[in-house]
Design a protein around this ligand. Structure first.
Ligand code: DC
Length: 214
């Protein structure tokens, strides 16, 4: 039996990645590594144009709870990094190769023995190309904007424009652009409930787990 089981979830902004990862963490004991949160924290702490030296000296620590809690200067930054402004900052620093190397190493070191769910844009293509199960989530832009609007109360139209711009940037950058990884299962969640999405992925995990251990 393998001592590590990795599920990667990639997809564009607000496609349901973190909702799915959180459910797998809460119900099935997967430890959640949110690579977007790492990029957001780098952007939050260092701004638009970080240097490698600044990154090497960044006071970033983690605490392993049900999720991997990312701490900047000893403080959990979760509540500060979730704005769309910080999302755009993250998308910008994510174009820098040395930042990507930093996040990739960070994520790989965290995933030792056990069950992990890792979400982002290149988790199944670059960070864990040998993942046990790769999921690629998509949903219409309208639906994604509606979901975000429900969360933060901003105008659907404004959110639609913001995430469209961010998706374009993430898909067209030179280093590790967003695309469906080889071997990934694509799930369109536009007309799916959260529960339906979760159950579909849970079945895929069970199948893969049985296959690995047969
Ligand atoms: O998943 P998120 O919205 O929190 O990610 C914020 C930004 O970070 C996203 O627009 C692009 C970047 N990102 C990335 O380039 N690669 C990842 N694996 C995760 C996020």
């Amino acid at each position: 039996m393998n001592d590590r089981f990795i599920v990667t979830i990639d997809g564009p902004a607000a496609s349901g990645k973190s909702t799915l990862a959180k459910l797998l963490s809460k119900r099935d004991g997967f430890l959640h590594i949110d690579t977007g949160a790492l990029y957001r924290t780098v952007g939050y702490a260092l701004g638009l144009n970080p240097t490698k030296e600044q990154l090497d000296n960044l006071d970033l620590t983690v605490e392993k709870k049900d999720r991997i809690v990312i701490k900047y200067k000893g403080e959990d930054v979760e509540t500060f990094i979730r704005t769309e402004e910080c999302g755009m900052l993250a998308s910008n620093v994510a174009k820098l190769e040395f930042v990507r190397d930093f996040v990739n190493d960070f994520a790989r070191k965290l995933a030792a023995k056990g069950k992990y769910v890792i979400d982002g844009r290149d988790c199944g293509s670059i960070i864990f190309p040998d993942a046990d199960l790769k999921i690629f989530l998509v949903a219409s832009i309208k639906e994604r904007a509606l979901r975000r609007a429900k969360e933060d109360g901003k105008s659907v139209l404004k959110i639609e424009k913001d995430i469209e711009k961010r998706d374009k940037q993430d898909k067209n950058r030179k280093v590790a652009p967003l695309f469906k990884p080889k071997g990934a299962v694509e799930i369109d969640t536009t007309n799916m409930s959260v529960e339906e999405m979760y159950l579909k992925v849970k079945r895929l995990i069970e199948d893969r787990y049985e296959h690995n251990n047969s």
